[in-house]
Design a binder for this molecule. Structure first.
Ligand SMILES: Cc1cc2nc3c(=O)[nH]c(=O)nc-3n(C[C@H](O)[C@H](O)[C@H](O)COP(=O)(O)OP(=O)(O)OC[C@H]3O[C@@H](n4cnc5c(N)ncnc54)[C@H](O)[C@@H]3O)c2cc1C
Length: 236
């Protein structure tokens, strides 16, 4: 993996995905190329006092002249507020690439279960682009994504298109408080995992809040998955 460096980048585009989530697209200024592994994150300076916040890169590592971030605005602290205040073309300072939450290649993990809650989906979008489109990883990959309400989901079209193009990939949104007749998984992501094959060779990748990570870890450990096959990135 590349050692982290200081970068400057400018806001190229932003998209309101729904009332809670925003996607930000940055173009690198100096240096103008960032090589990263899917699953890594950037640390952005969000105040003049030098406070920083971390955000996982959600774009493909095949794109090296810029990067995309997904931000959950619910916390409404200095990180979210800073990003929301950025004008198009405004520069940010960041340190990147950081982190070791990447899919382990060539191991005895013969299938992969990616489990996200909320903005924890961010690194998995990057991983799916890398492993399905770039590396042509042929291992079965199942994505579980827990959200409170169905109308908070986004990027479903992208995941469904990937599932059509790569039949060994499947996507399962899980809604904890469905408003109407929700036809798919409901409840906590942990409750829906039983659908997944519980073989010892499944590699589990968990990203999101600490409660989900703790619950899923306990559930799959109890099913005989070893700690070596459970990887996580805790956002909060
Ligand atoms: C390695 C890493 C990668 C991360 N990647 C992302 C990412 O891709 N997208 C993203 O939106 N966030 C990500 N985060 C969380 C992010 O760094 C900030 O913590 C988050 O944006 C809140 O920052 P803030 O300054 O706005 O609020 P703060 O004032 O720092 O936080 C306010 C409170 O909200 C809690 N909190 C933080 N995040 C959430 C949340 N999503 N939902 C509910 N409560 C929360 C905090 O624990 C705190 O109690 C990541 C964190 C880490 C450690």
């Amino acid at each position: 993996m590349q050692p982290p460096k200081q970068y400057r980048a400018k806001l190229e585009d932003k998209q309101q995905l729904n009332e809670r989530f925003m996607q930000y697209d940055f173009e690198l200024v100096e240096p103008n190329e960032l090589a990263f592994a899917a699953g890594q994150y950037v640390s952005i300076k969000v105040s003049d006092k030098g406070e920083r916040r971390s955000y996982s890169i959600c774009s493909s590592p095949a794109i090296t002249h810029g990067f995309e971030l997904l931000v959950d605005h619910q916390p409404a602290g200095i990180g979210c507020t800073y990003l929301e205040s950025l004008a198009f073309g405004q520069e940010i300072e960041l340190l990147a690439p950081l982190g070791i939450f990447t899919i382990v290649p060539d191991t005895d993990e013969t299938s992969l279960a990616l489990v996200a809650t909320g903005s924890g989906i961010a690194p998995f979008r990057s991983m799916l682009f890398e492993h399905l489109q770039v590396r042509q990883d042929t291992r079965p990959i199942t994505l579980y994504w827990g959200m409170r309400h169905a109308n908070q989901l986004f990027w479903e079209d992208e995941f469904e298109e990937l599932a059509e193009s790569f039949p060994h990939f499947s996507f399962h949104p899980v809604i904890s408080q469905p408003e109407q007749a929700w036809p798919l998984c409901r409840g906590r992501v942990t409750d829906c995992l039983t659908a997944h094959e519980q073989a010892a060779s499944v590699g589990y990748y968990l990203c999101g809040n600490a409660t989900m990570i703790g619950d899923v870890t306990q559930t799959v450990l109890a099913k005989g998955i070893t700690e070596a096959h459970i990887h996580h990135e805790k956002f909060y």
